[in-house]
Ligand binder design. Structure first.
Ligand code: SF4
Length: 320
């Protein structure tokens, strides 16, 4: 995959392996390439353990990559030092999956949101207080919430606090790591709508990680599908949902429930059978071959590369 333009973020040949002992490596990310334009949302989907969250963590420097590079505004983020590294941390933030686990239960909301403001020396005194109230207001809470503790809030409210904390240092780019997975279905849409509103108002760029393809469609401009540490398909959101190419993407999309009970009963589901192979010892050839109903002899031997199948639609499959 060759990139022709400059993007806010570019990921090139990224690998992240974890040493699991006995001389074995867990290949959490294995040669991943993508870019994100300023102001857009790239959805990153796939089953648990496919490497989505690890990718997000490498992007914001929570993990060092094993190989490859992450360019943010043209700079390799893992080579930044001192002031430049602090500047990057200010520009790139993360919202976590479990809002309860990611908020310190001994800190008030005021301190949680104020922490980043203090670290980056953004506001002091009255201005700091005003900014905290402003952030609470932006995420749909109010100043009466500032002196409460995380356990006094519902799951949706805690995620709003997590979003306010991320916004406190005025980032450009946010990795949203399964921000709605731990929430009730009724609250999920509220949080997604809040993120969309904030993106428009604050000109944010998102990597939105999820295993639920329903919500990813709603928020994403483009979607990348990940399987066993590799991107197997990447396309504009509408294109991916209306014309999926990879058998794995087709199976994931066919599992999305349809609101109309008549259509839901009549449609054909592509069931995903078998287990995901171990990332410690991935098979030769196509990583999806054991679960694929279209496998050919070449799939046994040769790993398909992510290739452009037209427009901005990329797929890694020998059928294309
Ligand atoms: Fe299926 Fe072969 Fe395509 Fe892999 S490369 S998804 S095994 S058809």
């Amino acid at each position: 995959m060759v990139f022709e333009y400059n993007y806010l973020l570019e990921v090139k040949n990224l690998k992240k392996y974890f040493d699991v002992g006995y001389g074995q490596m867990l290949k959490a990310i294995d040669n991943v390439n993508f870019f994100i334009r300023e102001g857009e949302t790239l959805g990153l989907v796939g089953e648990s353990g496919c490497g989505k969250s690890t990718t997000g963590r490498v992007l914001v420097r929570l993990y060092e990559p094993t190989a490859g590079e992450v360019l943010f505004e043209g700079e390799n983020v893992h080579q930044l030092k001192g002031r430049a590294a602090r500047e990057f941390c200010k520009k790139a933030q993360m919202i976590f999956q479990d809002p309860y686990a990611s908020l310190d239960p001994r800190m008030t909301v005021r301190d949680i949101i104020g922490e980043g403001i203090d670290i980056h020396n953004l506001y002091k005194g009255k201005e700091r207080t005003h900014r905290i109230y402003e952030l609470l207001n932006i995420v749909g809470l109010n100043k009466e919430h500032a002196d409460r503790y995380p356990h006094e809030f519902s799951g949706g409210q805690r995620q709003r606090i997590g979003i306010a904390r991320a916004l406190a240092i005025e980032p450009k780019f946010i990795v949203c790591d399964e921000p709605i997975s731990a929430l009730d279905v009724s609250i999920q849409a509220q949080i997604v709508n809040l993120l969309i509103k904030l993106q428009q108002e604050l000109k944010l760029t998102y990597l939105f990680i999820a295993h639920d393809l329903r919500m990813v469609k709603h928020i994403s401009d483009r979607v990348a599908v990940m399987y066993l540490g590799n991107i197997v398909e990447l396309a504009e959101s509408i294109e991916l949902y209306e014309h999926p190419l990879h058998p794995y993407t087709k199976a994931l999309i066919s599992a999305i429930p349809i609101a109309d009970p008549k259509l839901e009963r009549s449609r054909q589901r592509l069931l995903l059978e078998g287990d995901v192979p171990s990332p410690i010892n991935p098979p030769q050839g196509c990583l999806f071959k054991k679960r694929c109903g279209f496998a050919k002899p070449i799939c046994e031997e040769v790993k398909p590369e992510l290739k452009n199948s037209g427009g901005e639609h990329f797929v890694a499959c020998h059928l294309y």
